[in-house]
Design a protein around this ligand. Sequence first.
Ligand SMILES: [Zn+2]
Ligand SMILES: [Zn+2]
Length: 215
Amino acid sequence: MLLGHCSKCGKTEGLMNCSRCHGATGAYCSKECQAAHWKIHKPVCKPLEAGEVWGIKILDNRYQPWSRQFQHVLLEPSHPVFTQGELCPVTAECGFPLLIWSEAIHGGLPAMENNQPAVYLRIELDDGFAPFHWQRTDPGTCIVVRQDRKLLTKEAIEIVYNFHSYLLDRADPENAESGHGAFGQPLNPEWLRSFADDYREDETSRGRKGFDFFP
Ligand SMILES: [Zn+2]
Ligand SMILES: [Zn+2]
């Protein structure tokens, strides 16, 4: 599946596919964008076999901070995340649907450790809590993929996680009475997108690279 936008700047015209992965995970509008994006692109730059999907493995809380908890993972089309994974409510409402699968809750492995980023991703719109089956069992390692099976990057999951964190800071049970759920106002794609723009600006001004284009 080709990307349709420059992986660095988001431009949609004059794209050339990365020649190493044949555009599976990288396409660019210019050599400059390609060079500037290489460090970010390198871990996922390989041609994909039919049906393979890049997802993110979220390691459990023993690997905190979360910047170490997120890992790229290449998934076979038969991975149970595609059939057993649960839709993450906040991102679904924001036009970026993700599926999440837990090795303990769905995979039947003995519960080991909690996984804070994963639990955040699973919070419900009405009360800001993860459902009971996510609270009752420590989820351990989790797998997240885009429902549309496109590339999910570490940068995108970082932004999404921080968006949940920001929403939870403003979550208030009294908000629910306003009829707009836990977060005081209805979620929509523009809210996530403007959060992503601000996050990218902040991180870039701190000298971090990679927060170029939120898909
Ligand atoms: Zn570009
Ligand atoms: Zn590539």
